[in-house]
Ligand binder design. Structure first.
Ligand SMILES: [Zn+2]
Ligand SMILES: [Zn+2]
Length: 326
């Protein structure tokens, strides 16, 4: 099969011809139709997240068709399924036992520990594959599998915030903005001051306001979700929140957070992170998304252009999501 592989973090992915993978017990062999590209893939490529599996095939927003099931699987051949970041958990640690498998101490992640979707074929544990509704296209669905699922978890952590700030208006934010708007919330988009393209995109989607992330918005926020990996946004977001405000950090990697005055945390403001997802998050969000309905804005790339897709995300040069199409 054709695949894009990362051999050495910090070096470009390159095209390789690999043996077709074989599904083991409980695993499905999938023919990949589309795979979303996420900022986490950039962090893996750039060596900001370390992987023990090398070379690794990245890609954790996989839309694929079941081509063959390994022993003990029951999903019919031809079923269209989605494979997210959470690829395996032990089911036995204290976190799994308490319904917090996103924090599983032995978790394995797609495209980091397990070969992912930047390939013609992939193998995934059936228990972490989600049947996808008919109707939406592969391209519409792929970005939901990370930006959507983890964004949904982050939105839940933002509580009942009526005024929600989104910091970094990329793949996840453009999806979650639509969900938040459908719930009747006001959404404020915070971007780099000069990024008028993202600001215009946010306003087009129905956001109330869009502007410079380093300054507070026109009204105090009830909650903010920080998607961009820049630590200086955390105190900026906190400062933009009113009493009781919650700042949710939704990225897996961020630069250091600078010091800030205690008065910005006072009055029961909170800072918290969101890590990974549970399978329950996936089931819940894949049910919500078509009812909103979430419309993803997608820029497509061929498999061999995976580096270009990563570049585009790193530089913020595309609006919405990047998807590799097989
Ligand atoms: Zn566990
Ligand atoms: Zn992701």
């Amino acid at each position: 099969m054709r695949a894009m592989i990362l051999e050495q973090p910090g070096t470009p992915l390159f095209a390789a011809e690999l043996p077709d993978p074989e599904p083991g017990p409980g695993e499905l062999l999938l023919r990949v139709r589309a795979c979303g590209v996420c900022r986490t893939d950039v962090h893996i490529r750039d060596g900001e997240l370390t992987t023990a599996t090398r070379p690794i095939v990245p890609g954790h927003q996989i839309v694929g068709i079941v081509e063959r099931g390994g022993p003990e699987t029951t999903t019919p051949l031809g079923t269209r399924v989605g494979v997210p970041w959470l690829g395996w958990t032990d089911g036995t640690c204290t976190f799994c036992q308490r319904g917090r498998e996103n924090l599983c101490t032995a978790a394995r992640f797609t495209g980091l520990d397990i070969h992912g979707g930047f390939a013609e074929l992939t193998v995934a544990d059936e228990r972490y594959c989600f049947p996808l509704a008919e109707g939406p296209t592969d391209l519409e669905l792929a970005p939901l599998l990370c930006g959507g699922l983890i964004g949904h978890r982050a939105l839940r952590m933002a509580g009942d915030a009526a005024r929600l700030g989104l910091y970094g208006f990329g793949a996840a934010a453009h999806i979650i903005a639509q969900v938040a708007l459908s719930q009747g919330r006001e959404v404020y988009a915070f971007t780099r001051a000069a990024d008028t393209a993202s600001q215009a995109f946010a306003l087009e989607l129905g956001c109330t306001w869009a502007g410079d992330a380093m300054k507070p918005g026109p009204e105090p926020l009830d909650a903010a979700i920080v998607f961009a990996p820049a630590g200086e946004l955390v105190p900026a977001a906190l400062h933009a929140c009113g009493r009781g405000g919650i700042v949710v950090c939704a990225g897996i990697h961020m630069t250091d957070i600078p010091a800030f005055p205690y008065v910005d945390l006072w009055e029961e403001r909170q800072i918290r992170s969101v890590a990974n997802l549970t399978r329950e998050d996936a089931v819940e969000f894949l049910d919500i998304a078509p009812r909103v309905p979430v419309r993803t804005h997608v820029t497509t790339f061929a498999l061999e252009q995976a580096e270009d897709a990563l570049d585009a995300i790193r530089s913020g040069s595309i609006q919405g999501s990047a998807v590799i199409v097989l």
